[in-house]
Design a protein around this ligand. Structure first.
Ligand code: AMP
Ligand code: GLY
Length: 412
C-alpha cells in the first residue's frame, strides 16, 4: 500500500511511527511532514486540496489519512471521493460537527446528548442583550474554526460584551466569529475520548488526559496541548458509563438518523463535573498530543484497524495495561510570540523514550525548530512514575535555545 498522511505535528509522527513497521506499506508520503516523518518516508510540500488530489492520483496513493481538521472541513474527502481515492476521514458535511460549533450544538440538542446549555446567535444586538443579566462565568465561542482561539470564558458583562465585539464586529477570526455559541460554564476536569468509526459503529479508545495550559499546575494561557497521559487516571469506569449512555450512544443514533455514517475518527472533548460527564465538543480527527500516548499503548496493528473501518468491519481495540506519558517541548514564548530556527541537539541521547518531532525540520544536516510545539518525548511504564522518569530523564538531554516544557506532566 502507498499511504499519504496529511499534517506535520507530533500526532502525524506518532501515526507514522506506528505504521512504519508494517510490511504491507511500500511507501509513505507526508504533506508536509516534519523531521521525524522525513526519516520514515517522503515529505512533500503540498497544501491546497487540488494539489493533494493530483499528487494522490499521480503517485497511486491507496489510502490518505488526515491529521488536522482544516482539510476535512474544506472538503478534502469529497474531492478525493470523486476520483475514487480512499480517505480515512469524514466529508465536509460531517466534518461540520467540528467546523461549526453552532451546527454541532444543534446536533447535540436534537439528539439529547449531554452538553452545556447554549444558544446560537447571528445577531450582534441579540447576543449583547443576552449577556446582560446572566450568571457568570459565561462561555462565548466563535462558531467556526479559529485555530483553537475561539473560546473565551468571560467573568463579567464587560468582558462578554468585548468578546462579542471582537468576534462579530472586529472579526478577529474572520468569518469564524460571525456566528456565536454562548453557553453555560461547566466546572470540572477534562478528558479526551477518541473513537474509530467504521461507518456504523463507534469504537472508543481508552480515555486520555491532555494538559492544555502552558504553565505548571494548569496556569497560564491555553495551548494546543503541553502533554498527555493515558489512561486518564481521573476518568473512572462510572464516568465512562455516563459517557456511553448519555454521549456515545445518542451520538451514534444521531449520526445514523442524519445519514452521517463516516469512516474515520470522532474525538469527544469532555468535561466531567459533579453532575456527570458533558460533551464540550467533537473533533473529527485524531488529537494532538492524545494520539502520541494512544499509539504508545495500542496493541492492534493500526493499518488493520483502519482497513477494517474502511470495510465496515467490527474492530476490537486493545491497549496494553500500562501507563503512557507524552511531554511536549516548546519554543520559548509559546503560545504567544515565538522565535524559530534554533538547532535541536541530543536526539542520540534519548534512550528509554520515543522522540517524535513536531514543529521541527531538517535544514542541511541539522534539525531546527519551526513551530511552537517542537517535539514530543513519549514513554510507557508500569506506573505513571516509571513513565514520567523516563520522559524527563530523556528530555534533559534534548536542547534548543529558549526551549521549555511543563514539569508536572504525569505527576499525580
Ligand atoms: P472547545 O473548543 O469547545 O473544546 O473549547 C476549548 C476549551 O475551552 C475546552 O477545552 C475547555 O477548556 C474550555 N471550555 C469550552 N466550553 C466550556 C464550558 N462550557 N465550560 C467551561 N469550559 C469550557
Ligand atoms: N489536544 C486537543 C486537540 O487535539 O484538539
Amino acid at each position: 500500500m502507498r499511504i499519504l498522511i496529511i499534517g506535520e505535528g507530533g500526532r502525524e509522527s506518532a501515526l507514522a511511527a506506528k505504521l512504519q513497521k508494517d510490511a504491507r506499506i511500500t511507501k509513505m508520503f507526508f504533506a508536509n511532514g516534519n523531521a521525524s516523518t522525513e526519516k520514515i518516508g517522503q515529505n512533500v510540500n503540498l497544501s491546497e486540496i487540488h494539489e493533494l488530489r493530483d499528487f494522490a492520483i499521480r503517485e497511486k496513493v491507496d489510502l490518505t489519512i488526515v491529521g488536522p481538521e482544516a482539510p476535512l472541513v474544506a472538503g478534502l474527502k469529497d474531492e478525493f471521493k470523486k476520483h475514487d481515492l480512499k480517505v480515512f476521514g469524514p466529508t465536509k458535511k460531517v466534518a461540520s460537527l467540528e467546523g461549526s460549533k453552532a451546527f454541532s450544538k444543534k446536533f447535540m440538542q436534537k439528539y439529547d446528548i449531554k452538553t452545556a446549555k447554549a444558544m446560537v446567535f447571528d445577531s450582534y444586538n441579540e447576543a449583547k442583550a443576552y449577556v446582560q443579566d446572566h450568571e457568570y462565568p459565561l462561555v462565548i465561542k466563535a462558531s467556526g474554526l479559529a485555530g483553537g482561539k475561539g473560546v473565551v470564558i468571560c467573568d463579567t458583562v464587560e468582558e462578554a460584551e468585548a468578546t462579542i465585539h471582537d468576534f462579530m464586529i472586529r472579526r478577529l477570526y474572520g468569518d469564524a466569529g460571525i456566528r456565536l455559541v454562548i453557553e453555560e460554564y461547566l466546572q470540572g476536569f477534562e478528558a479526551s475520548i477518541i473513537a474509530f468509526s467504521n461507518g456504523e459503529k463507534l469504537f472508543p479508545c481508552i480515555p486520555v488526559k491532555d494538559y492544555k495550559k502552558a504553565g505548571n499546575g494548569d496556569k497560564g494561557p491555553n495551548t494546543g496541548g503541553m502533554g498527555s497521559v493515558a489512561p486518564s487516571p481521573e476518568f473512572t469506569a462510572e464516568h465512562f458509563a455516563d459517557f456511553e449512555k448519555n454521549i456515545l450512544e445518542p451520538t451514534v443514533t444521531g449520526l445514523k438518523a442524519e445519514g452521517f455514517g463516516f469512516k474515520g475518527i470522532i474525538f469527544f472533548g469532555l468535561m466531567i463535573t459533579k453532575n456527570g460527564t458533558y460533551l464540550l465538543e467533537y473533533n473529527m480527527r485524531f488529537g494532538d498530543p492524545e494520539t502520541q500516548v494512544l499509539m504508545a499503548l495500542m496493541e492492534n496493528n493500526l493499518l488493520d484497524v483502519i482497513n477494517d473501518c474502511m470495510s465496515n468491519k467490527e474492530i476490537n481495540l486493545k491497549f496494553r495495561d500500562e501507563k503512557a506519558v507524552c511531554l511536549v517541548m516548546c519554543s520559548g514564548g509559546y503560545p504567544r510570540n515565538i522565535e524559530l530556527g534554533f538547532e535541536i541537539t541530543g536526539e542520540e541521547r534519548v534512550k528509554d523514550s520515543q522522540l517524535l518531532y513536531a514543529g521541527a525540520t531538517k535544514k542541511g544536516d541539522k534539525i531546527v525548530s519551526n513551530g511552537g510545539r517542537v517535539l514530543n518525548i513519549v514513554a510507557t511504564g508500569a506506573t505513571f512514575d516509571d513513565a514520567r522518569k523516563k520522559v524527563y530523564e530523556d528530555a534533559s538531554h534534548v536542547h534548543f535555545d529558549y526551549s521549555f516544557y511543563r514539569e508536572d506532566i504525569g505527576k499525580f
